[in-house]
Design a protein around this ligand. Structure first.
Ligand code: PMT
Length: 396
């Protein structure tokens, strides 16, 4: 990002507060940041905050007093225009070419790549009008940052949260590094949990959210790969055009989809938390409450990783994961050898902020011969970059 000229256009959403962190991260990475704000954005965060962090005056109007802040010059100056947060209203204006504020005026003048990080409430995000505007903006070649899932400012829970500043920076870095080092490569990724049915209403599952695997899929896709993401039950919906998501529920379904897609894969990253056992018999009707205890007989599920490890041909590369709670290095190194991985990513539930559901993770990459690399606690987007960099280094 060093020396890159970034216009950060902030529009009027509560997520505007994240713009401060975004400016700070971009400046720290060596970028020159020019902030633009719509008048309503200034209700959520002050221009003073953002100009202090960017070390530049913030423009909030095309004409302010006697000054004309040339939207044309700004549009030509930038290496990238980042609209974050982008409200439903701003998406509509950009999609329709309405330029009644400095953000939409600069957008129409910009010749550089445009990155849009939407932020809004879940019903606004799902409204056909918004979906149509997003489609239209994508058809203009604009890049969309996926929205997050979680609690929204309204108190509702769902999709619509702005991507975290770290994710936006990682996305931009991937773009600018012009690291299309996986162009022409097919990458298979497993992610998320599996659910093993007990009866039509109950299942055995685990706490995986799919965040780690989706971040890896997005990093590979940003670097040119054609990614097949075999995703267990997860609320996430990756949006990168380079990702084809195959949704599955059980270990058996994940196994079948993975074996099918491994055939054409150059690289596989197995980050899913797959059930090791499933009920031996699935009741066709809801099991009724009887007696004080109940026993469910379990049988082994197929081990996807071990099967792919056996199928691996010359030139195919497999990265495995190990989620441990004790004897971490020893367990991970046994899995590395037993499942024929090229390297394994160890995360331990002993580390605060690591593992299931967090937006962060702390990993150790373990190679054959016990050579290892320890990493700090980072956002899952940054962890994904570290893992993909390691694959790139080894696959060449
Ligand atoms: O989804 P998140 O909330 O972001 O959390 C991420 C994560 C914690 C799930 C992820 O970082 C992780 O550690 N994934 C692997 C979890 C796991 O089940 O590890 P394991 O040590 O039990 O399995 C070892 C390897 O074999 C893994 O690559 C696993 O995908 C694979 N496996 C396991 C069993 C099985 N039946 N089939 C498999 O392919």
């Amino acid at each position: 990002m060093v020396g890159k000229k970034i216009i950060l256009a902030v529009t009027g959403s509560i997520a505007a507060y994240k713009a401060a962190q975004l400016v700070r991260l971009l400046v720290k990475k060596g970028a020159e940041v020019q902030v633009l704000m719509t008048p309503s954005a200034t209700e959520f965060i002050t221009p003073l905050t953002l100009s202090t962090l960017s070390k530049k005056p913030v423009f909030t109007q095309v004409i302010s007093g006697q000054e004309w802040n040339s939207h044309v010059e700004l549009g030509l100056w930038a290496d990238a225009l980042v609209v974050a947060p982008a409200t439903a209203n701003s998406l509509a204006k950009l999609a329709q070419g309405i330029c009644d504020n400095i953000v939409s005026a600069v957008y129409l003048s910009a010749r550089c790549p445009v990155f849009i990080a939407p932020a809004m409430d879940l019903d606004m995000w799902k409204h056909p009008a918004t979906l149509a505007n997003v489609q239209r903006l994508k058809s203009y070649g604009n890049h969309f940052l996926p929205v997050g899932y979680g609690e929204l400012a309204s108190g509702l829970v769902g999709e619509g949260r702005m991507a975290e500043p770290e994710e936006i920076v990682a996305f931009l870095e991937g773009f600018f590094q012009k690291k299309q080092d996986f162009s022409g490569k097919n990458v298979l990724i497993t992610a998320g949990p599996t659910y093993e049915a007990i009866d039509p209403v109950r299942f055995i599952g685990n706490r995986s959210s799919g965040k780690m695997g989706v971040a890896i899929a997005e990093q590979f896709a940003a670097r040119g790969a054609a990614v097949t993401l075999v995703l267990g039950p997860s609320k996430l919906a990756p949006q990168h055009p380079g990702i084809t998501t195959v949704r599955v529920e059980s270990a058996k379904q994940m196994y079948e989809a993975s074996v099918q897609h491994f055939e054409n894969a150059d690289i596989a990253v197995l980050s899913a938390a797959v059930a090791d056992y499933r009920p031996a018999n699935v009741a066709e009707q809801k099991i009724k409450k009887k007696g004080d205890s109940m026993t469910i007989e379990l049988e082994k599920t197929p081990d996807i990783a071990a099967s792919l490890g056996k199928m691996k041909r010359r030139g195919q590369f497999i990265v495995g994961f190990a989620l441990e709670t004790n004897d971490e290095l020893q367990n991970a190194s046994e899995k590395l050898a037993k499942k024929n991985f090229d390297f394994i990513v160890l995360n331990s539930l002993q580390d605060a902020g690591a593992g299931f559901n967090f937006d962060t993770n702390k990993i150790t990459i373990l190679h054959r011969g016990n050579k290892r690399k320890d990493f700090e606690l980072k956002s899952k987007a940054e962890v994904a970059t570290d893992i993909v960099d390691e694959v790139s280094r080894l696959v060449g």
